[in-house]
Design a protein around this ligand. Structure first.
Ligand SMILES: *Cc1c(COP(=O)(O)O)cnc(C)c1O
Length: 632
C-alpha cells in the first residue's frame, strides 16, 4: 500500500475540475476557499466551523462567500468586455441578474453592489420580485427587465417606477399583455419601454429545455410579433419597442444550442428593423451553464463551452446579422443567473452515524446440521475465486432467493435466516475484492459496489437544501471537508434526515460517468463534516418543508485585503415554532393543549407534578430550537 497524499484526495474528488479556482485542499488536509480566485487569500472551511459554532450556529449550515459572487459578476462582465473589444462591436454589455435564481436579500444586495461598476441590473418575473427589485436597484442606468405574466397592478407598478428614475422594460410574454400595457400607460401618461419575448422554434437540449420550442409556455410567435409591431405602429408607439428577448432554458449544456437560438433570434431582430421598429437592446436570456461535475461535456450537469466562448458567440452572431443588414449594433443584455451565483454557496453538514454493511469477521463454518441452503452458501463463499466470479455470483443470487422462499414458508428459522444474510454479505464482499482486480469488469457486477456501500446518515434534508438533486437528479460536487490527508477507505451514500426513501444522495460526479458511491473516511468518534458545493443557484428557494425540516442557518463570509476572514451576516434558520406556523399551528395553542392533558393526569394522580413540569419545559424549548439534530 502506498502512502496517501492530499494530491490523491484532490484527484479523487476532482476539485480542480469543478472548483473554478475557488476551491482547493490546503496542506492540513482541509478544503479551502479562495473566493477572490486561486491567487487571493484563502479561508479554511473546516476551521470556519468552530468560529461559527461560537456564534451559536449549528449544523447544517449554508456558507455564502460574497467575494465569489463579486468574482463571478465581474467575470461575466469581463468576458463580454473582451468579446466586444476583440470584435470591435459597437454596442455595450448590459447584464441583468434574474432574482428568481436566489432571491435572498443579502445575495441580491451583493449583486447590485458588486455589479454597480458594470451597471448590472435585475430581472423580475413576478409582482413580489418587482417590488423587491424596485427597492434594491439604485444603480444609475441599470436595466430592470420585467418578465413573467402581468396584470394591471404589475404594469402600473413598473410604469410608475419610471418616475423614480428607474428603467423598467415591460417584456410582453403573452400577446394579450400588449393591449393592457398600451391602455395602462395611456391612462398614466407614461411612455413605456416595451420588449417582446420571441418564441423560438429552435429546440434546446438538456433537462431544463422546456422554455423553448413552438409549444413553449412563453413568448410570441412570429405572427404575433408582426401583429404587435402593426398594433404599436397604429397606436403611434412603435418607438416604445426597445428590446427583443428570448430565453431557451437553463443550464444549456451544449454551445450548439446557444448558437442555433442566437441565429434565429438575430434574424427576428433584424426583421423588426426591416419592419420599421427600432429596438436597440437584444436580451439573450439565461441558460449560461455551470460545470457542476467539471467534465466539460454536454452531460446534464456539465457544459461543453467556456464563458468566454459563449460571450464571443453572442457578440459575433449579433454583429454578423446586423452588419449584413445594415442595422446598428444593439446593446447586449444577458439574464445569466445560475452562472453568477451557483459557485458562491456551500452546504456543510455533519454525519450522525453510519450503517456499515461490511462484515469484520469471517463467517462461521457450516456443519452437516445446518440447513442445506446454509451449507451451499458456505461452500460458495469458500470457493469463490478469480476463475469463477460470474458463476459464483449467479449461484449466490439463486440461493439467496431460495432461502427467502424457505423462510416465508416456515422451513427456515430466524437464526438460519441471519446466517444466510451474513454468508451472502461475506460472499459479496469477497466477490467485490475479486472484481475490483479484474482488468475488465463484467456489466453484471455494476451494482455490486452499490449493494455493499455504507449508508452515512447526515444532518440535512435533501428536500430543503438540494431539491434539484431530488427532482432532476442534478449532480453537485460532494466531499468531506477535512481528513483529506488520509485515504478514504469507505464507500457510501448519504442519507438525509427525512423519512422519505428518496431522501439521499446516491449519485456523484465523475469525469466519464455517474458514480453510485462516494469515497468517505471511517468515523473515528470525532465529528465528520461533508460539504456540498455549487449550491448557490435555485436550491434555496425551491426547497420545501418535507417532514418539516426548515431553512438551515446561513452565513455570509468575506475576506479582507489582509486575508482576514469576516463574518458579515448571520441568517438564522427556521425554528420549530416558525415551521409549524407555516402549516397553521400556533405554538401557544399547542403548549396549552399539552398542558391541559398533563394537568388532567396530574389531578388523577397518574403523572407527578415534576414530570409534568419537565415535559412542558422540554416541549416549549423544542419549539424554539432549529428543526435539525444536534450531536450532543
Ligand atoms: C430562469 C430564467 C433566467 C435565468 O436562467 P439561468 O439559466 O439561471 O441563467 C433568465 N431569464 C428568464 C426569462 C428565466 O425564466
Amino acid at each position: 500500500m502506498r502512502n496517501w497524499s492530499i494530491k490523491d484526495s484532490a484527484e479523487l474528488y476532482q476539485v480542480a475540475n469543478w472548483g473554478a479556482g475557488f476551491f482547493g485542499i490546503n496542506e492540513r488536509g482541509h478544503v479551502q476557499v479562495t473566493p477572490r480566485g486561486p491567487e487571493g487569500p484563502a479561508i479554511d472551511l473546516y476551521e470556519l466551523i468552530p468560529v461559527l459554532q461560537d456564534r451559536g450556529l449549528r449544523m447544517p449550515l449554508l456558507a455564502r462567500f460574497s467575494d465569489i459572487v463579486a468574482s463571478r459578476v465581474r467575470g461575466l462582465s469581463k468576458v463580454f468586455a473582451k468579446a466586444i473589444g476583440d470584435y470591435a462591436y459597437e454596442g455595450r454589455f448590459r447584464g441583468v441578474y434574474p432574482i428568481k435564481v436566489n432571491q435572498q436579500r443579502h445575495v441580491v444586495e451583493e449583486i447590485v453592489r458588486f455589479g454597480a461598476p458594470h451597471r448590472i441590473g435585475l430581472e423580475v418575473g413576478s409582482k413580489p420580485e418587482l417590488i423587491t427589485a424596485l427597492a434594491l436597484l439604485d444603480t444609475p442606468g441599470a436595466l430592470l427587465v420585467c418578465n413573467g405574466y402581468k396584470d394591471r397592478a404589475y404594469i402600473e407598478t413598473a410604469l410608475l417606477a419610471q418616475r423614480l428614475g428607474r428603467t423598467p422594460i415591460l417584456v410582453i410574454d403573452r400577446f394579450p399583455e400588449l393591449d393592457l400595457v398600451i391602455r395602462v400607460s395611456r391612462e398614466l401618461g407614461v411612455r413605456p419601454h416595451i420588449g417582446v419575448r420571441a418564441r423560438l422554434t429552435t429546440k434546446s437540449i438538456g433537462k431544463w429545455a422546456d422554455s423553448s420550442g413552438e409549444r413553449s409556455k412563453f413568448g410570441l410567435s412570429a405572427a404575433e410579433i408582426v401583429e404587435a409591431v402593426d398594433r404599436l405602429r397604429a397606436d403611434k408607439m412603435l418607438d416604445c419597442l426597445e428590446l427583443l428577448h428570448f430565453h431557451i432554458g437553463s443550464q444549456i449544456t451544449a454551445i450548439r444550442a446557444h448558437k442555433d437560438a442566437l441565429r434565429e433570434a438575430c434574424r427576428i431582430f433584424v426583421g423588426l428593423h426591416a419592419m420599421g421598429a427600432r429596438p436597440h437592446l437584444l436580451d439573450v436570456g439565461g441558460g449560461l451553464g455551470v460545470d457542476y461535475d467539471g467534465s466539460q461535456t454536454n452531460f446534464h450537469s456539465s457544459m461543453n463551452y467556456s464563458m468566454q466562448e459563449y460571450a464571443n458567440d453572442v457578440v459575433s452572431s449579433v454583429q454578423e446579422a446586423c452588419d449584413e443588414t445594415g442595422v446598428p449594433h444593439p446593446d447586449i443584455v444577458t439574464e445569466a443567473g445560475r452562472a453568477m451565483v451557483a459557485h458562491h454557496s456551500v452546504l456543510i453538514f455533519d454525519v450522525l452515524g453510519v450503517s456499515e454493511l461490511r462484515l469484520a469477521e469471517t463467517p462461521e463454518a457450516a456443519t452437516a446440521d445446518d440447513p442445506r441452503v446454509v451449507q451451499d452458501l458456505y461452500e460458495i463463499w469458500s470457493t469463490l475465486s478469480r476463475k469463477n466470479p460470474l458463476e459464483g455470483w449467479h449461484d449466490l443470487l439463486q440461493l439467496k432467493e431460495e432461502a427467502g422462499t424457505l423462510f416465508a414458508l416456515g422451513y427456515l428459522d430466524l437464526r438460519a435466516r441471519a446466517r444466510v444474510e451474513k454468508l451472502f454479505q461475506a460472499s459479496c464482499e469477497k466477490l467485490l475484492r475479486i472484481v475490483r482486480e479484474l482488468p475488465q469488469v463484467p456489466e453484471e457486477f455494476a451494482d455490486l459496489e452499490k449493494t455493499l456501500s455504507d449508508t452515512y446518515y447526515c444532518n440535512f434534508s435533501m428536500f430543503q437544501s438540494l431539491p434539484d438533486h431530488w427532482g432532476f437528479k442534478q449532480l453537485f460536487p460532494v466531499m468531506p471537508i477535512h481528513r483529506l490527508e488520509h485515504e478514504p477507505t469507505r464507500r457510501g451514500i448519504l442519507a438525509d434526515l427525512t423519512c422519505d426513501s428518496d431522501g439521499k444522495i446516491g449519485e456523484f460526479i465523475d469525469q466519464h460517468d455517474v458514480r453510485t458511491t462516494l469515497e468517505l473516511h471511517a468515523l473515528n468518534g470525532a465529528p465528520y463534516y461533508i460539504g456540498v458545493f455549487l449550491v448557490g443557484a435555485y436550491q434555496e428557494i425551491l426547497g420545501d418543508l418535507h417532514n418539516l425540516f426548515g431553512d438551515t442557518h446561513a452565513v455570509h463570509v468575506r475576506v479582507d485585503d489582509e486575508g482576514k476572514t469576516l463574518i458579515e451576516h448571520v441568517v438564522q434558520g427556521d425554528k420549530v415554532r416558525e415551521v409549524l406556523d407555516y402549516v397553521e399551528y400556533e405554538g401557544a395553542e399547542l403548549v396549552a393543549k399539552v398542558e391541559q392533558t398533563a394537568n388532567a393526569l396530574v389531578e388523577r394522580g397518574e403523572l407527578s407534578h415534576e414530570e409534568a413540569q419537565l415535559l412542558l419545559k422540554r416541549y416549549e424549548q423544542a419549539l424554539e430550537e432549529t428543526t435539525y439534530l444536534s450531536r450532543e
